[in-house]
Design a binder for this molecule. Sequence first.
Ligand SMILES: [Zn+2]
Length: 439
Amino acid sequence: MLHPRIESLDRDDMKALQARKLAALGERLAASPEWCDHFAKVGMHPRDLAAADGLANAPTLEKSDLRARYPFPMLTVDVSRVTRFFATSGTTGLPVLFGFTHKDLHQLLAVQVARQLYCIGVRPGERAYQGYGYGLWIGGPAHDLGLQELGVTCFPVGPGRAELVVQWLRDQAWDAATLSPLFLAHLIRVARERGIDPKKDWVLRNAIIGGQSVSRAFREQLEAEMPAGFRAYNTYGTTESGGPNVGTSCPYSHGRDEMHLINEDTVITEILDPETFKPVGPGEVGEIVVSTLDKEASPVVRWRTRDLVRISGKPYDCECGRRGMPTIGRIIGRSDDMLKVRGVLVFPSQVEDVIAATPGTVKEAWQIYVDTVDGSPTSMTVAIECDAGYDGAPSNLADAVARSLASRLGLKVPIECHPQGTLPRYEAKARRVLVKEQP
Ligand SMILES: [Zn+2]
């Protein structure tokens, strides 16, 4: 552990630390008229966060609340004190900006990300390829800060330039990588094409993979194509939580496909029923709702991420020694991506699981097409790619996927099988569900 005094706290001590910080947060928000208005919607005042049930009763926050306060929503500090703005890659409308002060970047985000990197086994003095994107997106800059904080030598190439990256992974003997799982799959493919064998020619030991959730089968296949002992650890976070700072697998939880809520001392994560907003219990599925405790600019209280996860059946007391930082599964879908087709609930992640587990498919290339009438899905089609090396007929592959999907979902779904390289590729968040509105 990089911060054993915090990371080994038991659940009660962690709760007590959060309660102290919530009271201080309430004091800070009380100075902001926007935050006072927001709490007043439910008859509360920000100082009520000091009460034992203050957070549980506080109003949730979502994009519409922020859009209504354009251009610098609920900022809490003067714009001149903001060092840098980030924004989410919104698919509709203008991006919503989140400010970060110097302290937010260098004393908070850097430390949060360094803790995660240490948790997965990255150590000072190592060399790391930074492969997340830059610009308004927080992924790249956040990992630069974390690597620097930990004392790791950073090669900030970002996503893209794959031919250079596969060669430098060999020639510069990089130990660690921070990148999206789809880009890692792409790098492995490009390496092979150029006569580089990742298994023998690279020494990469650890990767922290985020930006999108991939199935366990996909992740295990990536690991099998890499040097012996290589692990690709899941990570999760959002711009609103202050960066890629919410969840990370440890070497023990990795095997269970679970992540610790690794920064519980600075980001409170509630897993709530998306309809009742009551906490769900161990083993149950709920929406991730985050509150930032230490952030100076653009703090959030009960931000609805819309991301759904299952809390571990045994969330506390991991073998790694973290006792009060509960474990959650990987993201299983978005509450607004959840499809109800002919009365059956479908998560895109279930479709991905089936495709990843079927030999002959291209794991990173698939789409769901949905036909809707008045916004309600009436039918869905799944498009897959047939790997160039598959020796059967494409129709056989389509049949195999259709059979597995039918047994997994209880729904007959038509499968379109395309040649390798013809479906869209995504570097960051993939848009797996494309909707067609019928006239
Ligand atoms: Zn652990």
